[in-house]
Write a protein of this length. Structure first.
Length: 588
């Protein structure tokens, strides 16, 4: 009996069958459909995840493998076509065979365009010869497809991929590297290599990881950087499965693409492109920080250490006194950075004072650098929250009620002396970002578990603020990761921006990319009636503040909103719960 699977895996056989059906010309693997009056190249062939070649017309919908096409041509049931091969050993009946076109390497370069961008050579480091070329073809009406050309052994190339395991890209670069980043596509490999970071990929797309030879990764440290979509995550799963089969299994970690704040389908190229205005060295360090955050996907020492640290209390998300904030974000885990943003007048500083009082009363070592206002002013705010009386902040009222003010001063003198020692007020000259990075390092190494800068956007600007922002966040990211402290940066929106998105934050894109949690405080005047999930079930609350969880790398609350009430009398916040869609909206 003929080997039907080998026939399905023969690209040339499918091409020949389609030419029998009426295809007269090819554009790579695209062609005009022979089954309808096709004015454009609406159809084409592709390799599926099992290595079989298939036909698909985007216009009329005809699709199938070589036997489906033969059945359509001959007007027979598929079963009859398959049965006709049973008594034909190793033959392909009625399939005309044509000698494949042989391409020179220079011809392929001219066909696809710029090397490293539209055409990529898979070079065997042992021989220095190219054994596979992949090219990208952009369609005039949008979209693209990729083509593979394998060596014919005589210096030429023929369409198709090797029948056996396919080589990895950049084998020469990864050969001596201890750490290799696996991405989905050659263009991403080049983006990382341009920063001095060795990377590789398998040929023929996200569904073909199982067709590649992954042996060059044996014993290495591998970091998988998936694209930010379902296919990217499936590719990562498939790569891990292939790496598991190696006799000397590499250590494997994986980046969470959704945690980088990239758009759907965003990838390593997009992340690096978002840093376009930074020097190359700063871009490299930003990528290195992303790699350092990759999660261990194995059962190695790092994975065990996370559990041990969790079980003995060393890896704990410290509280802010708000239940839903805690559960949804896990913001204050060791080594994390949280951004709190909101427009001027949103009472961000009062929220920080409230959180700071909670840490103080829980005896959690913390420090707040207040860049706006004197320390005494923030202590007055703390007193107003404790006494639930904002009138004491009114100088006229205070002057008219000296007895009450002195009573408060006497009652809370010890509290304020100790609490005030945890606040650092800005000197007469506003610090630079370099000053703040050094201050963070001193505080973290001195044992502070929570470090707050309110607001970081008040630091003295430099000549090239986007570079200063990147240098700052990279420095503090390293400090926080190495010491296990937690850093909260209060920020303003970009000028003219009122929305709550990662691109609305003041400062360079690298802030949002490297932060673990991003929160956006919104003011609602007049208050909004919101359906809220709370401890008592679902209820309608009148909320004049909400906190949007724009990013929560360690929690499940990303995209959620938390309903809040800011009380002007006590200048403090009450957390109501998680905002739900209204019942009518949910029913729809």
């Amino acid at each position: 009996m003929a080997n039907l699977e080998s026939i399905k895996a023969d690209e040339g056989a499918l091409r020949a069958m389609l030419e029998r059906a009426g295809v007269t010309a090819w554009r790579g693997r695209a062609c005009k459909c022979p089954f309808h009056d096709d004015g454009h190249a609406s159809a084409g062939i592709f390799g599926d995840d099992k290595g079989r070649w298939r036909f698909k017309c985007q216009a009329c919908g005809v699709s199938g493998d070589i036997f489906d096409i033969q059945a359509r041509i001959e007007g027979k049931p598929l079963e009859d076509v398959l049965r006709s091969y049973q008594d034909q050993p190793n033959t392909r009946r009625d399939i005309p065979r044509q000698k494949p076109k042989v391409w020179k390497k220079q011809e392929l370069a001219a066909r696809f365009g710029e090397p490293g961008r539209f055409v990529w050579s898979y070079i065997d480091p042992a021989t220095g010869k190219t054994d596979l070329i992949t090219g990208r073809v952009d369609h005039a009406g949008g979209g693209k497809h990729f083509e593979q050309y394998m060596s014919d052994g005589n210096g030429g190339f023929i369409a198709g991929a090797p029948a056996g395991p396919r080589p990895l890209y950049n084998r020469g670069g990864i050969k001596a590297a201890d750490r290799v980043v696996v991405v989905e596509g050659e263009r991403k490999v080049h983006a990382l290599v341009s920063l001095g970071i060795q990377a590789t990929c398998s040929p023929q797309g996200a569904l073909s990881a199982h067709l590649a030879d992954w042996s060059p990764q044996a014993g290495k440290s591998v970091i998988i950087w998936p694209d930010n979509d379902d296919n990217g995550l499936k590719y990562a799963d498939a790569v891990r499965g292939e790496l598991d089969k190696l006799p000397s299994r590499p250590s494997v970690r994986q980046i969470d693409p959704a945690g980088l704040g990239l758009c759907p389908k965003g990838d390593a190229v997009d992340f690096i492109a978002s840093l376009y205005d930074l020097p190359v060295e700063a871009q490299r360090r930003a990528v290195e920080e992303v790699l350092a955050d990759a999660a261990d996907m194995g059962v190695g020492a790092e994975w065990r250490e996370i559990w041990e640290a969790t079980l003995d209390g060393r890896r704990r998300a410290l509280p802010v006194g708000m239940t839903y904030m805690q559960r949804g974000t896990q913001a204050l885990l060791p080594g994390t950075i949280t951004l709190l943003c909101g427009a001027g007048g949103a009472s961000k500083s009062l929220l920080i004072v409230q959180w700071a009082r909670h840490w103080f009363e829980q005896e959690i070592p913390f420090v707040v650098y207040e860049l706006e206002g004197e320390r005494a002013e923030h202590l007055q705010r703390a007193a107003a929250q404790i006494t639930q009386d904002s009138r004491i902040l009114d100088s006229e009222w205070a002057e008219a009620n000296p007895a009450r003010i002195r009573e408060i001063m006497d009652e809370y003198a010890d509290y304020m002396a100790k609490f005030g020692a945890c606040l650092t007020a800005a000197p007469d000259t506003s610090p630079t970002l370099d000053d703040l990075a050094e201050w963070v390092a001193v505080q973290a190494k001195g044992g502070k578990q929570i470090i707050v800068i309110d607001p970081v956007t008040a630091a003295t600007p430099s000549g090239k603020p986007w570079i200063a922002d990147a240098e700052f966040i990279l420095k503090v990211k390293i400090t926080i990761r190495e010491t296990g402290a937690r850093l909260i940066l209060v920020m303003h929106p970009k000028k003219g921006h009122v929305g709550g998105g990662l691109d609305d934050l003041a400062g360079g894109a690298v802030y949002a990319r490297l932060a673990n949690t991003v929160l956006w405080l919104d003011v609602h005047e007049p208050p909004k009636d919101l359906l809220v999930k709370c401890a008592l079930g679902e209820n309608i609350f009148s909320a004049n503040r909400t906190i949007s969880v724009i990013k929560a790398r360690h929690g499940r609350g990303g995209g959620h909103k938390i309903a809040m009430r800011f009380d002007g009398q006590s200048v403090s916040y009450t957390e109501y719960g998680l905002v739900l869609p209204k019942k009518k909206e949910r029913a729809e």
